[in-house]
Design a protein around this ligand. Structure first.
Ligand code: FE2
Length: 422
């Protein structure tokens, strides 16, 4: 007798299986003939572990147009706008927007998010707000908070001190932004400092690193060295890494093995960087996405991150990690069937690995969290970005939607909108 039985779904590896759930754990996977308190018929549907977003900014989300829109579309104008907004937004404003965003995320099957929290202002209202959001959503959504010195660790008088205050308040992960420090040298020094802080406190480390088109922005090299020095591999991530797009190939041939040796992971954010990068170029305009396939070829774990939804940096977004992977697939030219399938793995298993999530997956004994999609395979899910028919978090159904099947709506006529094969 299970509390919940998800019947007949197709798992990402193509296996057809029932999933029996007891309490908040998966109790059994296979052909299961048992009673259950509730049965979800997933016959013909894709059943996947939940989506995971390893890079987001929840203190800024759903604020698009406040105090005004980003007219130039650049990263720097976005940072300037946010600098104004963070001092007028109240804790309540930020909590309300972030909790609304979390509702969107849950409805999309996105059940774990790492969000960077700006620790620059002395009032630390963003930190206070995100700690409150984390507490509220804890029963159904894993939220990791990163102490992020948006204006630089050393560029403001209290930048370093406020980052430490945020960690003392309970923020989980150490951040960083070396390319935004005053000089290359201070950027490198910030990495040595932050790597030491992460190691001494036993925390994970996730740095906005080289988010620029400058091919000489080479902080990831220093970061990899510090990760190796402190043995932080697997617990450290380089986010964005866009300068790698513009670097000299010979230099990259030395850099990538250093990153692989360190064990650090990488988080490109394709929706945002295809929008922000190359803004100073005429033609050709650079794409500004880091070297995804090249890093993966060396065994470096690379996951897709979302970064922004409706905020000073990005005017769109729906909390759908399939949109993120869809864009990444195009920009990184990952069109081979195996590469498309890998894009789905990146927003599920690889991102869970980057966040060091415990009990993630669809094996017996794993946490009972999953999403049922109106698609037959991971690649079809990327093509359709279909309805999430059911979302289960820790054994509880947290979102449900009716199947969008237009084939029944207009008999005899070809479907006008999204349609599955078969
Ligand atoms: Fe970011």
């Amino acid at each position: 007798m299970f509390d919940l039985l998800v019947k007949g779904g197709t798992l990402p590896d193509g296996t057809v299986a029932d999933i029996g759930i007891t309490g908040d754990r998966i109790a059994a996977v296979g052909r299961l003939d048992a009673e259950a308190g509730r049965v979800i018929d997933a016959t013909g549907d894709l059943v996947a572990p939940p989506f995971v977003d390893p890079h987001f900014h929840m203190d800024a989300t759903l604020s698009y147009g406040l105090p005004r829109v980003n007219a130039s579309g650049t990263l720097l104008e976005g940072i300037a706008l946010w600098g104004e907004l963070r001092d007028i937004a109240t804790v309540d404003d930020m909590v309300t927007r972030a909790v609304t965003y979390c509702d969107w995320a849950v409805s999309m099957g996105l059940l774990a998010i790492r969000t960077h929290v700006d620790t620059t202002p002395d009032h630390l209202r963003g930190v206070e707000a995100m700690l409150e959001v984390k507490r509220r959503v804890a029963p159904y959504l894993d939220l990791q908070l990163v102490a992020f010195p948006q204006d630089g660790l050393y560029r403001t008088k209290t930048g370093r001190q406020n980052l430490l205050r945020a960690l003392d308040m309970g923020v989980d992960v150490v951040g960083g932004i070396p390319h935004f420090e005053r000089t290359m040298e201070e950027g490198a020094e910030s990495l040595r400092d932050l790597g030491r802080i992460a190691a001494e406190r036993g925390l994970m480390w996730d740095v906005h690193c080289d988010e620029t088109d400058d091919p000489m922005s080479r902080h990831v090299e220093t970061m990899a060295r510090e990760v190796t020095r402190h043995g932080l591999g697997g617990r450290a991530a380089g986010s964005h890494l866009t300068s790698m797009h513009s670097m000299d190939n010979y230099y990259v041939s030395k850099l990538l093995p250093l990153i692989a040796e360190s064990g650090m992971t990488a988080i490109p954010n394709p929706l945002i960087n295809i929008t922000l990068q190359g803004r100073h170029d005429s033609y050709p305009k650079r794409r500004g996405l880091t070297r995804v396939k090249e890093m993966q070829a060396l065994g470096i774990p690379v996951g897709w991150g979302q970064d922004c939804v409706l905020d000073p940096w990005y005017s769109l977004g729906t909390a759908d990690m399939l949109d993120v992977a869809f864009m990444g697939l195009h920009v990184a030219q990952m069109t081979h069937p195996a590469e498309m399938a890998r894009c789905f793995t990146m927003i599920t298993e690889t991102n869970a690995q980057i966040l060091n999530l415990a009990g993630y997956g669809l094996k017996s004994g794993d946490q009972a969290s999953l999403v049922v999609l109106d698609a037959g395979t991971p690649v079809e899910a990327l093509r359709l970005r279909p309805d999430r028919l059911a979302v289960v978090s820790r054994g509880k159904v947290v979102a449900e939607r009716l199947r969008n099947d237009c084939r029944l709506a207009l008999p005899g006529r070809p479907p006008a909108v999204r349609r599955r094969h078969g």
